[in-house]
Ligand binder design. Structure first.
Ligand code: FES
Ligand code: FES
Length: 879
């Protein structure tokens, strides 16, 4: 141990600690500087832990505490109130933040940059932000915020924040200011008196029999309070959203099935001891040959991966019309096999859970999950306790994108809290996060699509195989959506689609933004391009001749009756498409469709409670998760629109105080169902207000809102004599234009959102999704060897930085959806559905090569993206 003295935010400080302790840990744990976030440490690749050390920006995860002896450290907490307000306003004015996890680091960088004498251009700002990663925004609005700050500091106008308004207004994000400054806590920021810190021990094999788990050495380590294994689980060890096929601890005698399986968990006085103890747990394995190829996995005689289910996880089929006759009669055919890669969500906030035993013996769980009532059900089951013994509170998370639907460490944290009787918090590091949570499926998709001489589609035959990894998660449902959307937004009279999900010993695959539709979109858009060339018409025209209109039949058999905005999106991009073609640019175009709501026969609920409090505020309870998409803001706007009350009176929140279980926040459905429920409750409050009541007189009143969707049909079923697999769909067309060097220069994205509840947030969602779609198209992948990811490094995973983003122009189309709140439909997923297809088309226009495998790393567009660190000279310029 060593005593280190330094100046922190203008105050002389000293601390006695291990000299090699990362500065970020000391500042967060000892000095409670929570504006610094830890997202990748010590990779130095996200910028979330940025501080100014002697005036120079440094990521504090790679600085040892001993290195700051005698130095001066500034964090956002030490910046003047006026200046802090400027940053908070700038980011809120332009929706420059979504989940907010990356934002404080960016704010401090922008402070540093805008304090310099020389003003920066937008391109210079983008290059200077290279050390920062944002997974939500696509950087467009972050750069807008930087420009606003720079302008204000040079005497320009102060950012104008809209702090009230109902539907259609650009209302600021709920808690946006506190998020921008890093003062709204995430789970890892919540400290509780007497809290222990947890760590997990993961399997070192993709497939092996666990012979023995020896915890003796870990238990002997001073500071260790408990070590939990399967033997310590009082209830049902097996969890899972659909199938309970996933043990929260793998037991002795059982097989580990992937490299994210948890064999033990430790609770200790501090995170350092907890991790050391986890490393002392000795597990004896009998290695077995892993099953890594989904095609091999479903062959007769393959070893069974999961004891609860054979390797064939699911088969979905859609068949309509005579496909063979349709293909035989076609004038032109497009055939081929398209393949897509495994994708890591890479939300910036790694998983964290906090379990606090309450005086009444209940357990209070602070969760970041995408469905807290699902969390509660599964945690209670693991503990063997009634659900009402477990109170779950959502701490809005730092990004989810589907990757926080499955349980990760909530149950293990709860078990440790019960074992010790003390609060326990587990925070995963980046490697653990990547190893544990499910990914986006790699799919292999074989298509044969035919059209007549004029390019009108006649028939499509599609076979899809997906690697779902070691556990079911929602893999079967993902392949179901892939099958249903296999022909995209196009009218195809005869279809035969089969989609198979298989278990393997690779990392599990489950929900990720787009839910199987990004993959099939890449394939069907490739087919449309190939057919357009054979017919001899341009790609826009090919799509115009085939997109669905009212009365047309979707791949699932559903007849479209309302809110079909695809024609309008095509017309919206036409001027830009035509102009770019005329200029001789390499242009790609793709259309997209994505269901809103689970559909496929699921009975879905939205629930809401509005509680008028004595202080005149109204608590707005919902069961859906805020994860950066802006749900709590748009639900507030729905309540404002109905009641006419100011937005500032509403306190949206998510906890299990009321029974508001509505399933996972997934499938672009939270605004749809949550919004409808809020309207239902708000109308009741409004009726009382109309009858002369005041909020003061209504204190204590609870207004309930509930909505139910029960008319969708499962694949192959009819209800009320018809097929209605989905409540509604979002529609989009995107155009990608390349520059002279083959780099992506411009993306035009026209999206039918039904009604833009908050136009600024809609734009932000689409910009962020396009960013994710470009990474998907060009650079992102998570390859595995023997079931183990080959890298845990953020840059190597391939997420784009600010300087790689092209110009993105969003066009919002509002094709009223009668079943949506104020006509709205979900926007969260569709934004990246067409992107890879449009990029592939543009690349073919550039160099004549039709690419059928993602990511398209062999392309000039990918080569133009230098994901390595920017050159030293450039970095020195920005420090
Ligand atoms: S946590 Fe320090 S750069 Fe990512
Ligand atoms: S807002 Fe940047 S990571 Fe979420």
């Amino acid at each position: 141990m060593k005593t280190v003295k330094f100046n922190l935010n203008g105050v002389a400080r000293e601390v006695e600690t291990w000299p090699d302790e990362p500065l970020v840990e000391v500042l967060r744990d000892t000095f409670k500087i929570k504006s610094l976030k830890a997202a990748c440490g010590p990779q130095r690749e996200c910028g979330c832990c940025l501080a100014l050390i002697d005036g120079t920006p440094k990521v504090t995860c790679s600085v040892k505490i001993a290195q700051v002896e005698g130095r001066s450290i500034l964090t956002l907490d030490g910046v003047s109130d006026n200046e802090r307000q400027l940053y908070a306003d700038a980011f809120q004015a332009v929706a420059g933040l979504q989940c907010g996890f990356c934002t404080p680091g960016l704010v401090l960088r922008i402070k540093y940059l805008t304090d310099q004498e020389q003003p920066l251009s937008r391109a210079e700002f983008a290059r200077a932000l290279d050390g920062h990663l944002c997974r939500c925004t696509g950087y467009v609005k972050i750069l807008d915020a930087a420009e606003l700050v720079q302008m204000a500091k040079r005497g320009g106008p102060l950012p104008a924040v809209i702090d009230d308004g109902g539907v259609g207004k650009r209302l600021k994000r709920y808690q946006g200011g506190a998020l921008a400054l890093g003062v709204r806590p995430f789970v890892a920021d919540i400290d509780v008196p007497g809290m222990l810190h947890g760590a997990v021990a993961l399997s070192s094999h993709a497939r092996a029999r666990v012979v023995r788990i020896d915890t003796a050495n870990a238990l002997k380590l001073p500071g260790v309070a408990a070590v939990a294994t399967a033997k310590d689980v009082p209830g049902d060890r097996w969890v899972g959203q659909i199938y309970r096929d996933w043990p929260c601890f793998v037991a002795e005698g059982e097989e580990v099935r992937y490299v994210g399986d948890i064999v033990a968990a430790v609770a200790a006085d501090n995170p350092r001891i907890a991790r050391q103890a986890a490393s002392l747990i000795e597990v004896t394995y009998e290695p077995l040959t892993p099953v890594l190829d989904p095609a091999e996995a479903i062959k007769l005689g393959a070893p069974q991966v999961n004891p609860k289910h054979d390797n064939l996880l699911s088969v979905t089929r859609y068949a309509r019309g005579d496909v063979e006759a349709g293909l035989a009669a076609s004038a032109h055919l497009a055939t081929g096999t398209w393949t897509t890669q495994r994708i890591e969500h890479l939300f910036l906030e790694p998983e964290a859970a906090l379990a606090v035993p309450l005086a009444d013996r209940r357990l209070h769980i602070y969760s970041q999950g995408q469905g807290i009532f699902e969390d509660r059900r599964q945690i209670a089951s693991v503990l063997g306790e009634a659900e009402d013994r477990v109170f779950v509170e959502l701490v809005p998370n730092g990004g989810g994108f589907g990757g926080k639907e499955d349980m990760t460490i909530q149950a293990q944290t709860a078990v440790l809290a019960r074992l010790t009787g003390r609060p326990v918090r587990i925070v995963l590091n980046r490697e653990e996060s990547i190893r544990i949570h499910p990914k986006r499926h790699p799919l292999t998709m074989t298509y044969t699509v035919g059209c007549d001489v004029e390019g009108r589609l006649m028939a499509a035959k599609v076979n899809i195989l997906g690697d779902s990894g070691a556990y079911a998660s929602v893999g079967g449902k993902v392949l179901e959506r892939a099958a249903g959307h296999a022909c995209g937004p196009y009218r195809v009279p005869a279809v035969a689609v089969e989609a198979i999900a298989a278990y393997t010993n690779n990392p599990p695959c489950g929900a990720m933004r787009g839910f199987g539709v990004n993959q099939t979109s890449f394939a069907i858009e490739g087919c449309l391009d190939l057919l357009a060339a054979k017919v001899g018409i341009n790609r826009w025209e090919m799509r115009w001749r085939n997109v669905m209109r009212i009365g047309d039949v979707f791949t699932t058999g559903q007849i479209l009756e309302k809110s079909v905005g695809i024609e309008k999106t095509l017309l919206a991009v036409k001027p830009a498409y035509d102009a770019a073609c005329q200029q001789g640019r390499a242009v790609g175009i793709a259309c997209g469709i994505k269901n809103c709501g689970l559909g496929n026969g699921a009975i879905e609920y939205g629930k809401c409670r509005l509680v008028v409090q004595p202080d005149g505020m109204i608590d707005l309870h919902t069961g859906f998760t805020e994860m950066g998409q802006g749900l709590l803001t748009v639900l507030t706007q729905c309540a404002v629109e109905v009641t006419g009350l100011p937005a500032g009176l509403f306190r949206p929140q998510v906890n299990s105080h009321f029974e508001l279980g509505a399933g996972q926040t997934t499938g672009s459905r939270a605004s749809l169902l949550g919004g409808r429920a809020v309207i239902d409750a708000a109308l009741k409050l409004k009726a009382d207000l109309n009858n002369g009541a005041t909020l003061a007189s209504l204190a204590g009143h609870i207004y309930t809102g509930e909505t139910r969707i029960d008319d969708t049909t499962a694949p192959g079923e009819l209800k009320n004599g018809k097929i209605k697999t989905h409540t509604t769909f979002g529609w989009a067309t995107q155009v990608v234009v390349l520059g002279d060097d083959g780099a992506v220069e411009r993306v035009i994205a026209a999206h039918d959102v039904g009604r833009a509840l908050n136009p600024q947030q809609c734009e932000a969602q689409i910009e962020g999704a396009v960013h994710m779609g470009l990474g998907y198209a060009l650079t992102e992948e998570l390859p595995c060897k023997d079931g183990m990811p080959l890298t845990f490094k953020l840059r190597e995973i391939g997420v784009l930085r600010a300087q790689h983003m092209p110009k993105v122009e969003v066009i919002l189309i509002e094709e009223h959806e009668p079943e949506g709140p104020f006509g709205a439909k979900g926007t969260g997923e569709l934004g990246l559905v067409p992107t890879a297809g449009a990029v592939a088309g543009a690349l073919e226009a550039f160099d004549g090569e039709r690419r059928m495998r993602l990511p398209m790393k062999d392309s000039p567009a990918a080569r133009a993206i230098n994901l390595g660190n920017i050159p030293d000279a450039e970095r020195d310029k920005w420090h």
